[in-house]
Design a protein around this ligand. Structure first.
Ligand code: ADP
Ligand code: MG
Length: 319
C-alpha cells in the first residue's frame, strides 16, 4: 500500500509547487479567506499552509489522509457538477507518502485544535484558531531519486510563488501571504478583481490592458487582456481558468493566440487572465490527477467564444 501511494504520489507530486497547489486548493475548498504559506529551502525542507477555513473535526483527521477519501463528493453523479477544487481524495495521502506531514486543525465548534502526525499516527490536542495548517517537511526524503530532480531552492521557490499566483488571480476575495525563510516575499490582500490584477500582474499591465467580457450561449468569458504592445519577457503570463480552476489548455491558449495573431508581431507573448464559465456538464475536469487539463464536450464552441472575446476586447476603444 505504501508503494501504491508512492506511485500515485508520482502523478500528483512532482515538486514543492505541486504540494503548494494541492494544499491551497484544499484551503480554498474549506472556505478560507486568508491563506498563509511558510516555506523553507524553496519548499523542500518545509511547506506550511495555514488557512482560516472550516477546519477538520478530530475524528475526521485520520480520514483526511486516507487514499481516495474525500468529503467533497458522495457519488459518481456529483462528479458531473463538481464545484470544489479537489474531489479525488488523493492529494494528502500522496503527499504524506513522500514527506513528513502533520495536520493541525480546529473546527468552529471544538474547544481546541488537534494535531495528527501522519507518520506516527499520533493524535493530540494542539492550540490554534479555527482552520487548518498542513505542514509538509522534507519532501522526497525517502526517495532520493526524486529529490535529485529538484532544481535550486530559488527555482523551486519561484515555482511555488507561481502556483499561488494562479490561485490569487482566481480568488481576489481571498488574501494570500508567502513567507520564505522567515521573510515575507509576496502578499496579496483580499481585493476587487481589478486591484488583484494590478497587484499580481502589475500596475503597468492594468494601464496597458483591456477588459474582456463576452457572452455566447452557455459560455461566458471575462478577464483582462494585455494590449499587443505590452509584453513580458516571461512566457508564463498567460492565465486561463475554467470555472475558477487554473488550466493549461491548448484550446484556450490557441484561441487567445489567434485573437492576437494579426496584431501581435514577432515573437511576443501576449499577457492575459481569462476566465471561462461554462456549464459543468460541458467540461470534464477529471482527465488528469493534477486537474490541470480539462476536456470540453465541444471545444470548437469554446475556441470561438474565447477568440471572439479577446478580439472584441482588443478592437474596442480602450477602457
Ligand atoms: P480532496 O481535496 O480531493 O477531497 P485531499 O487529499 O486533498 O482530497 O483532502 C482530503 C480531505 O481532507 C478533503 O476532502 C477534506 O475533507 C480534508 N481537508 C484537506 N485539507 C483541508 C483544509 N485545509 N481544510 C479543511 N479540510 C481539509
Ligand atoms: Mg484536495
Amino acid at each position: 500500500d505504501e508503494l501504491v501511494s508512492q506511485i500515485a504520489a508520482g502523478e500528483v507530486v512532482e515538486r514543492p509547487a505541486s504540494v503548494v497547489r494541492e494544499l491551497v486548493d484544499n484551503a480554498l475548498d474549506a472556505g478560507a479567506t486568508q491563506v498563509t504559506l511558510r516555506l523553507a529551502a524553496g519548499g523542500v525542507r518545509l511547506i506550511s499552509v495555514e488557512d482560516d477555513g472550516c477546519g477538520i473535526a478530530r475524528e475526521e483527521l485520520p480520514l483526511a489522509l486516507r487514499r481516495h477519501a474525500t468529503s467533497k463528493i458522495a457519488s459518481l453523479s456529483d462528479l458531473e457538477s463538481v464545484a470544489t477544487m479537489g474531489f479525488r481524495g488523493e492529494a494528502l495521502a500522496a503527499i504524506a507518502s513522500v514527506s513528513e506531514l502533520a495536520l493541525v486543525s480546529r473546527t468552529p465548534t471544538q474547544p481546541s485544535g488537534f494535531l495528527l502526525d501522519a507518520r506516527s499516527g499520533e493524535l493530540r490536542p494542539a492550540a490554534r484558531a479555527t482552520g487548518t495548517t498542513v505542514e509538509v517537511k522534507e519532501l522526497f526524503f525517502a526517495t532520493p531519486a526524486r529529490r535529485k530532480f529538484l532544481k535550486s531552492d530559488a527555482t523551486e521557490l519561484a515555482h511555488c510563488i507561481e502556483a499561488v499566483r494562479r490561485h490569487a488571480l482566481a480568488r481576489p476575495d481571498v488574501g494570500f501571504a508567502i513567507w520564505h525563510e522567515g521573510r515575507l516575499v509576496e502578499q496579496w490582500r483580499a481585493a476587487e478583481p481589478g486591484q488583484r490584477w494590478a497587484d499580481v500582474l502589475g500596475e503597468e499591465f492594468m494601464a496597458q490592458s483591456v477588459a474582456v467580457d463576452w457572452r455566447s450561449g452557455p459560455l461566458r468569458v471575462t478577464g483582462r487582456a494585455g494590449l499587443p504592445d505590452f509584453a513580458r519577457s516571461r512566457a508564463d503570463h498567460q492565465f486561463a481558468y475554467v470555472n475558477g480552476r487554473y488550466v493549461r489548455d491548448k484550446v484556450l491558449m490557441h484561441a487567445a493566440r489567434s485573437a492576437y495573431e494579426d496584431v501581435l508581431h514577432g515573437q511576443r507573448q501576449p499577457v492575459y487572465a481569462l476566465y471561462v464559465e461554462i456549464a459543468p456538464e460541458r467540461v470534464d475536469v477529471n482527465v488528469h490527477p493534477t486537474k490541470i487539463e480539462v476536456r470540453f464536450r465541444d471545444s470548437r464552441e469554446v475556441h470561438q467564444a474565447v477568440r471572439h472575446a479577446v478580439e472584441n476586447a482588443l478592437a474596442a476603444p480602450r477602457a
